[in-house]
Design a protein around this ligand. Structure first.
Ligand code: CP
Length: 304
């Protein structure tokens, strides 16, 4: 029984296949309308979500399947102290596949070890978010036409940003990819990501505090939110939250074919004035998320 806990569990060839299926779903949605008839997806969200949970649910409905689940821990028996292991074992008697978000790093892995239906990690604390990465990869492929020979700037909260950690892991497997890591000192990329991914794969990268200095060299700018919910100290959050605010003015030195990405939700880090810029891709990411999740659900359920 195959789960998806970390993006590295998918080979580049499998990612190519998922992207090809997602592209085909976009072109021919009717072909897929009955692929998961009789199947049930459970969405177990112990942390808030708009895009991930609703795109999973829309994906399953568009495949002809059904959805059950909860959108906050307080409405499940985890509020009474039930363990993740007992929760997923219970749900495995009612559903065929589970998408799970949890504030604790490693919780989806514990879930996968304790039930015999596929578990999809829909975000675990500050660790990983593999289906956001699939969404990002589909968007990069559709916007840039390639994964090789790209310079990607990651900007904002690189310490707790699980979408950043997952996308760095995925992009580090392609040729001639350079990364510019733009953050305040307090929110730099964790050492374990540097050692086990960037150094291990020999990726060329630089760390800087300055988005302005990095801008002109980037093919992709991946903005992120400074996440209030990951801070222990409100004062630190307030001091760091507006470290980077992307405006049309700041994009003056950017390439004409820059792809501006953001996993969303945004708070203040991209001005709404940027939404009109043809290089803004963040709502395309939102749209692509449903199609790649449809492809993933079919793959994990063994649906041809
Ligand atoms: N990108 C993302 O995970 O968004 P949600 O928190 O709304 O699911």
């Amino acid at each position: 029984m195959r789960s998806l806990i970390d993006i590295q569990e998918l080979s580049p060839e499998e990612i190519d296949r998922l992207i090809a299926v997602a592209d085909d779903i976009i072109e021919n949605p009717g072909k897929y309308a009955h692929k998961c008839e009789g199947k049930k997806l459970a969405t177990l969200f112990f942390e808030p979500s708009t895009r991930t949970r609703l795109s999973f649910e829309a994906a399953m409905y568009d495949l002809g399947g059904h959805v059950l689940g909860f959108s906050e821990a307080q409405s499940s028996s985890s509020a009474k102290g039930e363990s993740v292991a007992d929760t997923v074992r219970t749900v495995s008697y009612y559903a065929d596949i589970i998408a799970m978000r949890h504030p604790k790093e490693g919780a989806p892995m514990v879930a996968a070890m304790n039930c015999d239906i596929p578990i999809i990690n829909a975000g675990d604390g500050g660790h990983n978010h593999p289906t956001q990465t699939l969404t990002d990869l589909l968007t990069i492929k559709r916007e840039k036409g390639r994964f090789d020979n790209l310079t990607i700037g990651f900007c904002g909260d690189l310490k707790f940003g699980r979408t950043v950690h997952s996308l760095i892991g995925a992009m580090s497997r392609y040729k001639n990819v350079r990364m510019v890591l733009i953050s305040p000192d307090e929110l730099k990329i964790p050492d374990y990501v540097k050692q086990t991914v960037l150094d291990e794969k020999g990726i060329e990268y630089t760390e800087t505090n300055s988005l302005d200095e990095a801008m002109s060299g980037l093919d992709i700018l991946y903005m992120t939110r400074v996440q209030r919910e990951r801070f222990f100290n409100e004062q630190d959050y307030i001091r760091l939250k507006d470290s980077y605010v992307l405006t049309p003015e700041k994009l003056k030195t950017a390439k004409s074919d820059l792809a501006i990405m953001h996993p969303l939700p945004r708070v203040n880090e991209i001005s709404v004035a940027v939404d009109k810029d043809s290089r803004a891709c963040y709502f395309k990411q939102v749209k692509n998320g449903k199609f790649i999740r449809m492809a993933l659900i079919m793959m994990l359920l063994g649906v041809e």
